[in-house]
Every structure is written in C-alpha cells, then in structure tokens.
Design a protein around this ligand. Structure first.
Ligand SMILES: [Zn+2]
Length: 406
C-alpha cells in the first residue's frame, strides 16, 4: 500500500508535497489510468461505469450476494494534498488484496471504488450520486464549476451526460458503503486517538447570490446617490459570519467568491456575484440557517437600494452513519488496540450521496495540524496503516453481522 501511495502521489505532484488533480483534469485522468493498471496487476476484476467510477471487484460471496462498496476518490481540490481521497481508495484496494490472498469468503462481494468528482471542482459527489441515483439533473445544468468546465472534463474522459445517469445501481444489490478518510480537523490529534468513528456527516447547501445595482462614475457620483453592489456583498459577508457565530453554534458559513462587475478602479460595481456555502448537523437547522442567511442578504440589498437574485446550486442532506458500521469500526479498532472516538464529519463525503439508498459508514485517521485541502496535508504513515487495518477488520466483522437489520 505504501508503494502504491507513493506512486500515486507522483501523479499531478506540485513539488511542495501536494497534488493538483482537479476532477477529470489530465493529471486526474492519469491517476485513474494508473489505478486501472494497478487493479489489473493485482489480479482483481476492473470495472467502470457511465459516470466514470473505477472499481476493483472481488467475488468473495455466494452467487447473488450483494456488494459491499469500499472506497473514496482520486480527484483533489486545486493544489490539494496527497491523502484526501487516495488513502481511502488504496486502503480499500489493499483490503481486497488481503481478502483475495487469504481466500476468505464473506456474505457479500467486495468492490473498491474510486468515485468521480467527489471534491466538486465540477459538480461534487458526481460519481457516488449517479451510482446511488441521488444526483439531480439540475446539478449538471448549473454545476459548481460551470457548464463549460463540466463539458470539457466529460469530453476529456470520454464520458457523456446521458451516460452518467446509466451508472445508477439497484440498491438491493448493495450491502453498504464503508470509507476510510483523513479527519481534516484536529479532534483526533487533540485526544491522541488513532481512529474516528463517524456518527453523521453534516448537511451542505450552496447558493449563488447576486446583488444588482447601477454602474456609475466613481468620481462624479455622490456617495449617497450610488447603488453600489459591492457594498452589499461586503456587508452580507460579515453579517453571515456574525449570524452563525451568535445564533447557529455547530454550524459554519463561507462566502468563497465575490466577483464585481464591470470591475474597474473608476466604476461603481453594478453587480456583485457571491458563492455561498453553509453546513449544519441536521436538516431542520440547515433549513433555519438557510432562511436566516437569505434574510440577511435581502437586508443588505435593501440597505444599498439594490436588487437581490439567487439560486440554490446544491443541497446535500445530513447523513447518519449506520449503527452496524459504527459498531464494526469500534470493535475492529478495539481488537487492534487502537483508541477510537465517535465524531461528526464537517466535510462532505461520497457516503452522503449513498446514505439514502444503503447503509453507510466512515472512519477517520488523524490529520497533522488539522490541515487539509493544502499541500501541507499530512497523516503519519503509521496512522494510515492503523486506518487501513481497521477498515479491513471492520469489513471482516461486518461479515458476521446482519447489515440490513442490525
Ligand atoms: Zn475527500
């Protein structure tokens, strides 16, 4: 697994310890091709689907048994780290190799899967959403990364929009989905735990907002006569922070992009476009936060005599991890003598897309300094191995449990 990890980290390497492999970029396609040959070299069956998901398949159950999916993603954010995604894919692949070498039979078949576009440089949880049938058509019409980028990426990968939806699987054929991932936070490090047992994944909602004002001469228009869209964007950004900190503990909000048009030193901004994203631990709170944020945006528009338009881009509901998966992870970690603690995930993961159709579970390993989505992302190798061993042992333990009813 170490050799695989190091080889994969070379693809799209940025020279400062990170990788730059946005979804369906040439570097990401190279990583996918590498995985494909790695699967074939391991003597496992290679499978792919219309959404570009790549898998290693190991028939280790009886005929007609459902498939337990293990996996993660090989795409990265722009200038991201080596561990976010690849660790889960390679640990899943390693688990299949061990089960194959040991000739174990389980009540399910195993599939190690690399989901397409988890990070959302194009759409976000694209491959997992397509497989689960939870991907909305709208997500492709108005994707986070823009239509052009999506079309170009699909073309590079030889994929089509119609093909994406053909990746949907019958849920009765799925025993569940289990993923190893880095924590991307500090909670495990803070208590010196090696394993995080994920209890739920927060819900995430994203919006595009635009304040519409009037362009004007930046010198000759009196301050009180301006319809300055830039001011509303600034006020809203600060108001969103204060709102969450005062009234929504346990939630987060982010304005990740503000674009002023026409965009010049001497022109009053006629339009400000904002990218807004916010997260909450359960659906009712996500709804309340959404209402409160939009009210703040309307207030900002009114204050500066502007029009406000907005559209929701995506809404991923909070996902509960199946108790049977949490138990298997806890028991596996205990058996290996590792300290494991329960925690919620504030980052989105493919398990969210799959949660509506099958039982899902996740385990985390510590992130040094809590740093992620950065070339400085680091998980000590021994923790990676602890995570992979816990994943493998949890899979074997799941073999002794009744996943669908426990
Ligand atoms: Zn990830």
């Amino acid at each position: 697994m170490r050799a695989d990890f190091d080889a994969l980290a070379q693809i799209g390497a940025t020279g400062n310890g990170g990788v730059d492999r946005p979804s369906l970029s040439p570097a990401h396609l190279e990583a996918r091709a590498w995985l494909r040959s790695c699967i074939i070299d391991s003597g496992l069956e290679f499978r792919s689907d219309g959404a570009g998901n790549h898998s290693a398949y190991l028939p280790c159950g009886s005929q007609g048994a459902p498939i337990l999916l293990l996996g993660s993603h090989l795409d990265s954010v722009p200038s991201g780290g080596r561990f976010d995604g690849p660790l889960g894919v390679l640990a899943a692949l390693e688990a299949l190799r061990v089960v194959k070498e040991q000739g174990l039979s389980l009540p399910f078949h195993l599939e190690a899967i690399d989901f397409t576009d988890e990070e959302g440089t194009l759409v976000g949880e694209l491959g997992s959403g397509a497989l689960a049938g939870t991907l909305a058509l709208k997500a492709l019409d108005s994707p986070r990364g823009g239509r052009q980028a999506l079309e170009a990426g699909l073309q590079r990968a030889g994929l089509t929009e119609a093909g994406i939806f053909s990746a949907q699987r019958d849920p009765t054929g799925l025993a569940g989905y289990l993923e190893l991932h880095i924590e991307q936070g500090l909670r495990l490090m803070n208590v010196q735990a090696q394993i995080g047992i994920v209890t739920s994944i927060v819900g995430i909602s994203s919006y595009r907002l635009a304040f519409l004002g009037q362009a004007g001469h930046a010198g000759t228009t009196p301050m009180e006569d301006r319809h300055d869209a830039g001011l509303a964007a600034s006020v809203f950004n600060l108001a969103a922070r204060e709102l969450v900190m005062r009234e929504f503990p346990g939630c987060v909000a982010n304005v990740g992009q503000i674009h002023f048009s026409p965009g010049a030193f001497n022109i009053i901004p006629a339009r400000a476009d904002l990218a807004l994203e916010f997260r909450a631990p359960d659906a009712p709170i996500l709804d309340r936060l959404e209402g409160a944020l939009l009210a703040r945006a309307r207030d900002a528009a009114q204050q500066f005599r502007l029009e406000l338009i907005y559209e929701q881009l995506d809404r991923v509901l909070p996902a509960e991890m199946a108790p049977v998966f949490q138990a298997a992870i806890r028991e596996a970690a205990g058996q290996l003598g590792l300290k494991a603690i329960p925690l919620a995930s504030f980052a989105g993961h493919d398990a969210q897309a799959l949660a509506p159709v099958c039982p899902v579970g996740m385990l985390f390993v510590p992130s040094v300094g809590g740093i992620s989505h950065s070339p400085r992302e680091l998980t000590h190798w021994e923790d990676c191995v602890y995570g992979a061993n816990t994943l493998l042992n949890a899979v074997i333990r799941l073999g002794g449990k009744n996943i669908k009813t426990e």
